[in-house]
Ligand binder design. Sequence first.
Ligand SMILES: C[C@](O)(CO)[C@H](O)COP(=O)(O)OP(=O)(O)OC[C@H]1O[C@@H](n2ccc(N)nc2=O)[C@H](O)[C@@H]1O
Ligand SMILES: Nc1ncnc2c1ncn2[C@@H]1O[C@H](COP(=O)(O)OP(=O)(O)OP(=O)(O)O)[C@@H](O)[C@H]1O
Length: 306
Amino acid sequence: MSPAAGRDGVGLYCPAKINLRLRVGPTRTDLGGRHRLDTIYSAVGIWDRVELRPTEPGSGFRLSLEGEQLGDLNRRDADPHANLAVKALLAMAQATGHEPDVAIHIVKRIPVGAGLAGGSADAAGTMLGLNRLWNLGMAAADLDRIAASLGADLPFCLHGGLSRGTGFGQILEPLNPDGLQAQRLSRAGLTGHLLIGAYESQLSTAQVYKAFDLIGPGPHDLNDLQETACTLHPRSRQALDLARRAGIGPAFVSGSGPSVVVMAPRPEQTIALIKLWREQNAVDRIIEADSPVLPRMAPLRVTHGQ
Ligand SMILES: C[C@](O)(CO)[C@H](O)COP(=O)(O)OP(=O)(O)OC[C@H]1O[C@@H](n2ccc(N)nc2=O)[C@H](O)[C@@H]1O
Ligand SMILES: Nc1ncnc2c1ncn2[C@@H]1O[C@H](COP(=O)(O)OP(=O)(O)OP(=O)(O)O)[C@@H](O)[C@H]1O
C-alpha cells in the first residue's frame, strides 16, 4: 500500500470485501462474545475514496461525505463520531499522541449496510492514510491491533487481496495469489469478474448474527449467514434463485448481507443476469467488479475554497 501523499494531504482508494467462504461457529467469551469464524476474505473492486487533509492545529476533525447512495449515513442527525473512519482517526490519534486535526472526505461507492464492509474499508483507508500523513512508519502488526479493536473486518481491509480469517475474523493468513489455495478458488470460479446485487434496505450485522443463532446455516451454502440474511431479506433469496436457475454462478450472499454476489466470468452471463434481475425487480442496484484487488493510492483532488 503506498497512498498518494503530499503536504496537502493523502488519498486512498479503499475496496469492498466479500466472503468466498464463511463458516460461523459458536460465540466465545475469549472472542468478546463474538462468533468464532473461519472465512476466506476477498477484496472487491468497488472503491470508496478517502481523502485526508490536515486542519488548523487544535481545530479538531471534520467529516464530509459524497455519493448517491449514503444509506443511513445521510440522516440529518447522523453523528460523525459514529462514522468508522472517524473512530479510526481518534484511535490512531490516541495510539500515537497526535491531535486529530484532520479533515476526512469520503466519496462513497460501496453500498452502505450491504455486507460489503464499507465502513471497515473507509476506516482502513483512514488508518493507512494517517500512517503516511503523520509519517508514523507504524508496523503492520500495530495497525492490525488497532484495527481489530475497531471491528472484525477491519484488519482484512488494511491488506486487501485474498486472506483466510479466523478468530472473530481478525487473525489473517494472506493467500499467495499464485499459491495452491488461490488456484483452487479460481478453479471453483470464485475469483474474477462478478456482479453485486445491492439494495436500498440495510441489514444490521449484529442482528444477523443474533438471528443466526436461531436459524443456523443452510446445508450447502458457501456462507453460513446466507440462510439468515435471506430469511430477513427475501429479495436476496429471489436474486440468488434467478442466478441459479439461469445456471450463472457461484452465487451467494455477501457477509451479513443483504447484497448478493454472482460470479459471472462470461459477458453473455453478465448481460443475461442483469436482464433477469431487472425484469423481476430482484435488486435495486447492480455493480460489476473484479476480485481480488488491493487497496491503491488516489491522487489528491484539488479542492477550491478550502
Ligand atoms: C459478517 C462479516 O462481515 C464477515 O466478514 C463480519 O463477521 C462482520 O464484521 P464487522 O461488520 O466488522 O463486525 P463488527 O462491527 O466487528 O461487529 C458487529 C457485531 O457483529 C457480531 N459479530 C461480529 C463478528 C463475529 N465474528 N461474531 C459476531 O457475533 C457482534 O454482535 C458484533 O457486535
Ligand atoms: N464510513 C462508513 N461507511 C459505511 N457505513 C458506515 C461508515 N461508518 C459507520 N457506518 C455505519 O456502519 C453500519 C454498517 O455499515 P457497513 O457499510 O460497514 O455495513 P456492512 O457492509 O454490512 O458491514 P460488514 O460487511 O462489515 O458487516 C451502517 O449502519 C453505517 O451507518
